[in-house]
Design a binder for this molecule. Structure first.
Ligand SMILES: Nc1nc2c(ncn2[C@@H]2O[C@H](COP(=O)(O)OP(=O)(O)OP(=O)(O)O)[C@@H](O)[C@H]2O)c(=O)[nH]1
Ligand SMILES: C=C(OP(=O)(O)O)C(=O)O
Length: 250
């Protein structure tokens, strides 16, 4: 981490791409920017929220790349998200048309299912469904989580509240159903996913800090966010949301 608290993904933090037996594909979903991150509206104005969503996705993708993820699929209905994702070398899949909607499945899970279907095209890949708003994600921690999930049919990393899911790692692609939404950690455990946080009490806070609320944003800034996110926050004068960033041990 630099003295400014901005992480140098894949540089000083190192690229942690250990050789793996199976390729890994990451799937991220980002909804239309006009409706994004409304819970941040008390501190981030609308235009900056759009830029922040793009920046957090960029930092998440950069960390995933530096962790050695082989293929990245972004599912979105939004042309600006699509442009940014493509610039980062991701493949882009459109959300399901609304007239094809299955009313029993949320639009997020429908979008993720389309991304997972696209990712399965990579031969024998494991799949990690990543929240797209993990701006403090560190490559070596993601790599370690993927290694720890190896051999499990499904595994999850819960979010910092413990009730949501920051990432779902699918090892056995005969069951690829995503169960994101309120209470998703329990839904994933009920479906047989191993909870990696429950197995390890010191599990990597950056993996768990998806940013939905102002509190989450402050927590991510304290951990140290990636370059793109730091730039947007600096542009809107939000550096003071967090206390002095504290580098944590790798
Ligand atoms: N592609 C796609 N992504 C979605 C959809 N719904 C939610 N997401 C993404 O899933 C994540 C969680 O979504 P939400 O909590 O509903 O929305 P948010 O933008 O994070 O925040 P709020 O507006 O504050 O609720 C975000 O990364 C969203 O962009 C969807 O229908 N399609
Ligand atoms: C969708 C989820 O999270 P959030 O809406 O909080 O981003 C989840 O944790 O399953």
């Amino acid at each position: 981490m630099s003295h400014s608290g901005v992480m140098q993904h894949g540089t000083r933090e190192g690229t942690s791409a250990a050789p793996r037996a199976r390729p890994i594909a990451a799937v991220l979903a980002v909804k239309g920017l006009a409706d994004a991150k409304t819970r941040l509206s008390p501190v981030v104005p609308a235009d900056a929220r759009r830029a922040l969503v793009l920046a957090m996705m960029s930092d998440t993708i950069s960390a995933a790349r530096a962790a050695g993820v082989d293929d990245i699929v972004v599912v979105t209905p939004d042309p600006d998200v699509e442009d940014t994702a493509r610039r980062h070398g991701a493949r882009v899949v459109a959300d399901a048309p609304t007239d094809a909607a299955d009313p029993t499945t949320s639009s997020l899970n429908r979008a993720l299912t389309r991304g997972i279907d696209a990712a399965i095209g990579l031969r024998d890949a494991r799949i990690v469904v990543l929240q797209a708003d993990l701006p403090a994600l560190r490559a070596q921690h993601l790599s370690a989580a993927l290694a720890r999930a190896d051999g499990h049919r499904q595994a999850i990393v819960t979010d910092r509240s413990g009730s949501g899911t920051a990432m779902l790692i699918i090892g056995d692609t005969t069951d690829v159903t995503p169960r994101f939404g309120v209470g998703s950690a329990q839904a994933h455990r009920d479906a047989g996913a191993v909870d990696l946080v429950a197995e390890t009490d010191d599990l990597w806070p950056d993996l768990r800090t998806d940013v939905d609320t102002v509190d989450d944003l402050a927590a991510a800034m304290t951990l140290g966010v990636g370059r793109a996110t730091a730039q947007v926050l600096a542009d809107v004068g939000l550096g003071s949301l967090a206390s002095t960033p504290t580098p944590h041990a790798s």
